[in-house]
Design a protein around this ligand. Structure first.
Ligand code: GLC
Length: 558
């Protein structure tokens, strides 16, 4: 098949795990590495071949571990570094690669660097952070990332010990690192080497957009903002040519192309090489997928694909539906946000930060199996690497009584045993409560029951993962939109020299027959996913789609 280079991460299925909510092995109510090891066979059976671990480092844990106190350790609640290495080995035996979160935009205020920086103005650590005795007014658009939560938009907080203000784009307990200090960059490189030496396959780069921006508001944009991640990737790749950097950059789509390794940063007067990112989390597409699901129209998907820059060879998108943060609608127009809110979060309590929804996939879609399958099929058909959030494969729900983004981080539901099989601790000691009420309670939604039921969502997802692995063109060929006369149907294809893979998705809940002008006209189509008759007609393939139906097919000699 013609297309891009063949790289492992372009045909991988990534699964995001929060170690503390996955499996507790020692009965203290908190998930740990031994617990995760015991669930690797489950992940292997599901077919996922890459795990992204949310932060598990020592941390005061005021932001789900994104407030790191020690970059070189494992929080004792999750086990030891030895347990981590054993986990890596066990994952490796099953052919599962592991990405870890690199939270380098900021540390916890409890990190020894910050503690030294506060008390001693002459310490070398002082300049690891960003200080001011007279902080400027923050630019509009560069306030707190968590409006309403973190000190009402404050980004400078006064530290009495230091006698100065320090800068933080997130919570006030997460001081930003001064990433323009070469000593800080050296520290980050050491951290990267450390985890690569232990055997991780790469990193999910937290807050990449904020990492590369000028830390002192008012100083303008740095000359070469992408140098930081470009250097980091060059450094990481010295440890192995297929190390991957997966970045969180919820930036304007016109700027996303710059982040990729091989991309270009053009500031008008001068252009420079782009960044060091192999995979970019696709927030823009995510918001548009939900807009399509909310409106019953294919247009938003088409618009998103047309707007996003094509990744350079070797780079790609990491696509997802939900993750452990809010479903961010910030990149949609106001009226579109309202449409999604009305449909998927009519209750204001389910909304957050004036831009997002703090619900999981299954409840957003009313637990409707047809629409959940449609959404997942669509996700796996999008150009790039699909990413699943733990629990979405069984259709878990959220707990809106928990604060903020925590709502979607409840423990994995393994069975209908006490505490959903997650832990033997008394319920009051669990890291977060299990969902034990309503249609998504662990008695109704759990792994054990779903494995036993061939018609379950879990078995569908396993099939979907397998089908995606057998369709590598999705990861490495640019897609083309296929026009149909039905505004509720999105159709696209990946055209290779010998065969074409095409997909059609119906959003309005109405049966439709569409004709796809794809593939060699004399070849008969083969169905890959979904149900419905396929007929070869003069102009291509005729596909019958049921309400919320989806169909993947292959035409050609493949
Ligand atoms: C990223 C993470 C989020 C975290 C923040 C601060 O946006 O996704 O969960 O709170 O960074 O590290």
């Amino acid at each position: 098949m013609a297309g891009r280079a063949d790289l492992w991460y372009q045909n991988a299925v990534i699964y995001a795990v929060d170690v503390d909510a996955f499996q507790d092995s020692d009965g203290d109510g908190v998930g740990d590495f031994q617990g995760l090891i015991s669930r690797l066979d489950y992940l292997n059976h599901l077919g996922v071949d890459c795990l992204w671990l949310l932060p598990f480092y020592p941390s005061p844990n005021r932001d789900n571990g994104y407030d790191v106190m020690d970059y070189y350790g494992v929080d004792p609640r999750h086990g030891t570094l030895g347990d981590f290495v054993e986990f890596l080995r066990a994952a490796d035996e099953r052919g599962i690669r592991v990405l870890v979160d690199l939270v380098a935009n900021h540390t916890s205020d409890q990190h020894p660097w910050f503690q030294r920086a506060r008390v001693d103005p002459d310490s070398t650590y002082r300049d690891y952070y960003v200080w001011s005795t007279d902080p400027p007014q923050p630019d509009p658009g560069r306030g707190s990332v968590f409006p309403g939560e973190a000190g009402a938009g404050r980004v400078w907080t006064y530290d009495t010990e230091a006698g100065a203000y320090y800068y933080h784009r997130f919570y006030e307990f997460q001081p930003d690192l001064n990433l323009y200090n070469p000593a800080v960059r050296e520290e980050i490189r050491k951290v990267v080497s450390f985890w690569l030496r232990l055997g991780v396959a790469g990193f999910r780069i937290d807050a990449a957009t904020l990492m590369i921006e000028e830390k002192r508001p008012g100083n303008g944009q740095p000359e070469d903002p992408h140098e930081l991640l470009r250097e980091l990737r060059a450094h990481a790749r010295r440890h192995g040519g297929d190390v991957v950097l997966l970045a969180e950059a919820d930036d304007d789509p016109s700027r996303l192309g710059e982040y990729f390794a091989g991309g270009e940063f053009d500031r008008g007067d001068r252009s420079r090489p782009g960044g060091g990112v192999d995979l970019l989390l696709n927030f823009y597409l995510d918001a548009h997928l939900f807009l399509a699901l909310a409106t019953g129209r294919a247009g938003p998907v088409e618009r998103a694909l047309a707007t996003l820059p094509p990744p350079p060879d070797g780079s790609g998108w990491a696509n997802f539906l939900r993750n452990y943060d809010e479903l961010n609608l910030g990149r949609l127009h106001r009226a579109e946000q309202e449409q999604v809110y009305e449909r998927f979060a009519p209750d204001a309590h389910a909304r957050i930060y004036g831009r997002g929804i703090r619900r999981r996939l299954a409840p957003i879609l009313d637990g409707d199996r047809d629409r959940i399958e449609l959404a997942l099929s669509l996700l796996f058909s999008m150009p790039g690497t699909p990413l699943l959030f733990y629990g979405d494969e069984i259709g878990m729900g959220e707990d809106l009584s928990l604060p903020g983004r925590t709502a979607v981080r409840t423990p994995m539901q393994w069975s209908d045993a006490e505490n959903a099989g997650f832990s033997t601790a008394p319920a009051s000691r669990l890291v977060r409560p299990v969902v034990d009420e309503g249609p998504f309670s662990y008695e109704r939604v759990n792994v054990a029951d779903e494995w036993a039921d061939p018609a379950s969502l879990l078995n569908f997802v396993e099939h979907l993962v397998g089908t995606r692995h057998e369709t590598p063109a999705i990861g490495r060929v640019d897609p083309e939109v296929v026009q149909t006369d039905a505004p509720s149907v999105f159709a696209h294809c990946y055209e290779g020299s010998a065969e074409t893979v095409a997909m059609a998705h119906e959003f309005a809940g109405e049966p439709r027959t569409v004709t796809l002008d794809v593939g060699p006209k004399d070849a008969s189509p083969m169905g890959l996913l979904g149900v419905g008759e396929l007929r070869t007609v003069e102009v291509g393939v005729e596909v019958d789609l049921g309400p919320y139906g989806y169909r993947w097919l292959r035409v050609g000699d493949g």
